[in-house]
Structures are given as structure tokens and as C-alpha cells.
Design a protein around this ligand. Structure first.
Ligand SMILES: [Zn+2]
Length: 222
């Protein structure tokens, strides 16, 4: 159902000298880490794997996490059409860039990037949902017509990664109260929710209105 970070992980490492198990218990393993200079600033990129076959995630970490101050965190779900192709159907890429900019400015923080394409339904199903939306459905109706929840994402694995990074108390960049709730239920203290709202384009307006009215996202100016 879900598609992993297929764009990022064509690899099947036979042996990985950097692979090491983190604290016992959670099943989250650090696969590798490397420097990642970006247009927004310098980050360190970490690859994590969990126990389940779908549990893979990336963390871009900015600066030193000292464990005292709550870092600025964005938990971003992969969106091939938005993040890579700059689609205007959704606001994913704009949110991704805004988050990286804000985290870079803050000096320290984390961007988690998770293979939860199409709010967790996978890339091919997301494209099927787009087809239905072109026929007049909104994003929630389309997902439900295909037999999925309006939002099939789960943030427990994200919480596990945050814990491994020592970020149990965070300031979260998000418009999604359900994300805040799930992270808190998984043991992450969200001390502040900071809106992540880029400028709204004409094309994505209807989509965002649905997110607001049917999914409870907190969005201004709609
Ligand atoms: Zn998107």
C-alpha cells in the first residue's frame, strides 16, 4: 500500500559499517548520517529504519540539539508531485521550503521526512485520487471512494525517531491538530504549535479549504 522512500533508497546495503543500533527497545535504527549542505543552510541528514517494512524515515538536523531548549520540528510527509515536481495542487513543497528556512533561521531544529505519500495511501493511489478530484470530488471524498481514510498517516514512528534524536520536547511547525495529538500520545511533548502556512495559491485554495473544513486543519485566510 505505502511506498517507501523509493526515490531516496534504491540501495540494498549488503554491509554498512556505519549501521549501529541505538538504544534498545524502540526498534529504531540509525542507518547512516552525513553532512547535507542545502540552499537553506547546513544540515546533517540521518537515515532511520524501524522494525516494520514501512518504517523508514529521514531526519535533517540543523545545529546542535542540546536537549534543554525545545527544537523547532517539522514532520513532513513525502509528496512526490509537490516536493519534486512543484505541483500547485497542494501546499507541500511550499510548507517544506518554509520549514527548512525557519529551522535554518532558528539555528537548531529537525525536519523529519516520511514516506507517507498521499496522506499515507501511496503514490499510485494518490494519483487515482487526483483523477477522481479532476472529476469533481474533493480530496477527502476521493480518498474515501478509494476505500481509504481521509488521512491514513500515523506518527508513532516519527515520535520514535524524535526520541532517538533526544527531542522529546519540541516546538512543532504544523497546521494539523491530529499530528500534535498523535505525537503527544506517543510521548513527545509539543510545547508550542507554530503555524506552517505559506502563501495560498489560487490553485491550492479549494484543497486547503477542504483540509480546513473536513480535516480540522488550522488555516488562516480561507
Ligand atoms: Zn502534496
Amino acid at each position: 500500500m505505502a511506498y517507501l522512500l523509493y526515490l531516496w533508497f534504491p540501495m540494498t546495503p549488503k554491509s554498512n559499517p556505519d549501521k549501529r543500533k541505538l538504544k534498545k527497545g524502540s526498534g529504531v535504527k540509525l542507518v547512516a548520517q552525513a553532512a547535507l549542505p542545502t540552499r537553506h543552510g547546513r544540515f546533517t541528514i540521518y537515515g532511520f529504519k524501524g522494525r516494520g517494512p514501512l518504517d523508514e524515515g529521514i531526519a535533517l538536523v540543523r545545529g546542535k540539539l542540546n536537549g534543554k531548549a525545545a527544537p523547532l520540528v517539522r514532520v513532513h510527509s513525502q509528496c512526490l508531485t509537490g516536493d519534486v515536481f512543484a505541483s500547485l495542487r497542494c501546499d507541500c513543497r511550499a510548507q517544506l521550503e518554509l520549514s527548512l528556512r525557519k529551522i535554518a533561521q532558528a539555528g537548531f531544529g529537525i525536519l523529519l521526512y516520511l514516506p507517507q505519500e498521499g496522506r499515507g495511501i501511496g503514490l499510485m493511489n494518490k494519483l487515482r485520487a487526483y483523477e477522481l478530484q479532476d472529476g469533481g470530488m474533493d480530496t477527502v471524498e476521493a480518498n474515501e471512494t478509494l476505500g481509504f481514510a481521509a488521512d491514513a498517516r500515523d506518527y508513532d514512528f516519527s515520535a520514535q525517531i524524535l526520541k532517538k534524536l533526544g527531542a522529546t520536547k519540541i516546538r512543532l511547525l504544523s497546521n494539523n491538530p491530529e499530528k500534535v495529538r498523535q505525537l503527544q500520545d506517543s510521548g513527545i511533548r509539543v510545547v508550542q504549535r507554530i503555524p506552517c502556512q505559506p502563501r495560498i495559491s489560487k490553485i491550492s485554495r479549494a484543497y486547503l479549504q477542504t483540509k480546513k473544513s473536513k480535516m480540522g486543519h488550522i488555516l488562516e485566510g480561507l
